[in-house]
Each structure stands twice: as structure tokens, then as C-alpha cells.
Design a protein. Sequence first.
Length: 500
Amino acid sequence: MSNIRMVIHNIKGIHHGTIELPIDNGIYAIVGNNGIGKSTIMACMAQLVSRHNLGLLKPEDYSSDSYIEFMYEDQKDKWYCENNFWKADSFPRTLRFNGTYEGSLFYGMRFRDSKNVDELMEAGKIEEDSIVDADSYIQESLGKILHNNSKYYKGLKRIRNKYIAEKLNLKNTPYFMTTPTSLISQYRMSSGECLLISLLHFIYNSIIRRSLPIDQPVLMLIDEIELALHPVAIVNLLELFQELTNKYKNLTVILTSHSSEVIRKINPKNLFKVERINDETNNFNVINPCYPGYAIRDVYMHDGFDYLLLVEDELAKIIVKKAIEELKLENSKLINVLPVGGWQNVLKLQIELITNNVLGVGKQVFSVLDGDVQSKIQKQYKSTRKLFLPVNSVEKYLRNVLFENPVLPVKKRINDVFFSLESVDSLILNYKESENELSKLLGDDYKTDTDGKRLFAVLLKELKKRRITEESFVNSLYQIIRDNVDFTKFYDSLRDEFTR
């Protein structure tokens, strides 16, 4: 997996913001409140699929010192505006990905032809033999997504071919719907229909029919789909994206949204919650992974539980649940363990739940935090019910015993149990090399992998080849940690919380 790092400077109210996003197979979402800058992030990212997208910005959206910087693998581009024209310091060898960009209302590639098509239709210049039936894939997919009926758009048409579109001075292939009295262009259809037709045209012609190289990333950028689509259609579209990303391993889909349907459907590791902060060096606080419980305060689903335990991530959840089972604490109790993401987010959510009495009378909530944050707890959280894991985090524990301060018996056991094909030593060597390359690329911006997440990603990648899931790995790893770390204090604290 490779990340792209983007810096936005003085664009549409963003003074200086930095965000890293993966260019890797899967569905990713940038989420956050209205006005946080999601659409600006997406509009800037769109420069990667078409060099003309920054030209859509209006003069009041930027200033003389505005720029956008991209860093990907060993390349770095800086885009700036000079004499009302956006140019790059690396032109003509600028970063570019095959792909498409669609905004829900006003932006996107589909709008380039809207005025031209309307004028051509009014002038009668689109002849009857220039229009043919749309491909069945597009007709059926559109009907399934919007109406759960594959035959709903059976009368959908399109311009016959690219040659005719170019002859009419059109950059894209417009679609039409027949009615008893007239022909309606997609630009006169609903915003959801128009958006989906353009997306499905790209999917069918570029991905399914393989007109784009399969060994190069394909990037689909979609801004705020909930403004154009109703909740059921959003879920149906996400299911289509899931099918596509499962089948086509070079496809990356990045959405922006504040829709609960999107947030619940996307893997927490693929959710990037953006918050604006007052920091001159970076206006963005990006939370990743981001769990639904934090992103949308999705706590109503926990109704009926006697205890709600808030933890930082899925790895912590596995350890806590294993400990509860081992101590038989679930007897006559309904207990739910909810990952929230980041210890500050955990405590913030805990305070909100208690202050607003969200869980109701008789329900108890407390936090279980990674061991290394005990000294960092701010004053306002000192009296909050919480306890700490006996390890800093699973990722930090592994980085310590395998790399930083190797514990040979533990390292050997992990190697023997999980890495019989490619050894831990070989993976550590690969990890060192990738860290050195990353350090050279980022220079002063490089940050050491102190949290162990990049090493953990290397280990998971190897396990994935052998079809071992992250959950299976951590479940088995728990016993190794348990045999080599003193859990006594943690067990005592956990028992106390359930008996107070």
C-alpha cells in the first residue's frame, strides 16, 4: 500500500492543511461535519485525475501564495496559480492517475457538457440515428441502485459512440431517457440519476471492459453522495463498490460524506474523520482509524447492555473481551465492548454519554485505555472511570519485542506460530528498508514509527497471504502476551469495575 500526502495552502478557507490518504485497493471515506473542508480536499485530490480540475476554482477561492503539494512514492509535485493559470513545478512529469471525479451537485466531470447538450437538443442537432440503447449493465445497475428494480431504466439511451460525441464538441458521452413525448438528457434528470449514470459509464467502460491498464491504480473520487442519493441508494451503491473492489484489485474508491449509512458501511480502518483545529502547522486533525461510535455517536445500538466498555481500537477490544471471558465476568451481565479510536476520543465520548444520560438509568460505562497513556490523562478526566491495559498497545508491544528491544523467546514463539514461511527477521529487514526510504522521501517531515502501526501493517500483509485474519492473529497473540506480561493488576481492576 502507498499513501499520497497532500498539503493544501490558502485554498477556500484552509490556511494550511496536510492529509495522507491511501492509494490502495478498497473503499475509503473522508468524514466530518459540514464546512470542515471535505469538498475542498476532494476538489484538490481531483487534480490527480485531470490537470484541469484546479481551474474550476474561482478567483476568490485562492490567493497569490496559494498552492497544493502532492507527495507519492518518490515524486513530489507543487501546483500554484500564476496569471490565472494553475501550473506545476514538475510539469510535464506530474503525478496522474487514471480515474474520475464526481461531486454531488455542482462539481464533477459530468457537468462539462451540460450546457452544450441542452443547446444541441434545442437546436435539433442531435439526430435520432446518433442515439442508441444504453448498455444493459448501466441500465440494470442504475435501476437496482435507485429502485431495486433492474428493468426500471429499460428506455435509457446514449450517444452512439465517441466519434459522434467529439463531432458534437462533447467531452463525455451523454445519456438520455425517452418519454412518450420527448427525449430528456441526463442533465435534466434528478441529481442522483445524473451522478450515477456518469459513474456507471466510467465503471463499465474503464473497469469492466478493461480499457484502462490493470497494473496501474484507478482512482474514483466522489464528493458527498448523500446530497444526491437517498439512504437505500447509498447502501446499494456501496455494495456495488464492494463487489468492484473485491474483483478489481487496482481500484481505489474515495468518498466524502457525513452520512451515517456510509460511516456504518465502511471499515473503521478506511474511515478518516477530519476535524479543524487552530494550528498554524496543520489545520486538520485526522482521526484514523475512526469507529462509528465516535464518528456519529452511534450509541443507540448499545441499548440493552448492562455495561458499555469504551476502548481505543479493535485490537484492544479483543484483549478486553478475552480477559472478560477468562475471568467469567459476563455471568448474568450483558457487556458490550466498543472501539472508539484514540484515548482522547474515548474519554470525550465517555463524558458525553454520562453528561447527557444517553444510556439511561442503571447502565454503566467505563473506559479501558492503552497502558502508555496513563501519564497523559488531562485534569478534566482524572475522576472518569477508567483502567489501563498491561501493554502500551498490541502494535507497540510487537515493535518492542520484535524490533526495538528484541525479547528472543517471545520473538521465536511468534515466528514459529505465525511466520513459518517468511521469517520475522526477513520481515523486519523489509520494514527497516521501507522506513529508510520513507525517511529519505519525507526528510524533516518523517516521523519514526513509534506507535508500531507501520510494522504491524507489514506483519498483517504477510499473514494475509496465508489467509490469516487480523482478528485470528490477535486472538492467538493474546496467549503469548498473557504468558509474558503480568496481567494481575489489570485483572484485579477489571473485577473491581464489575463489582462496584
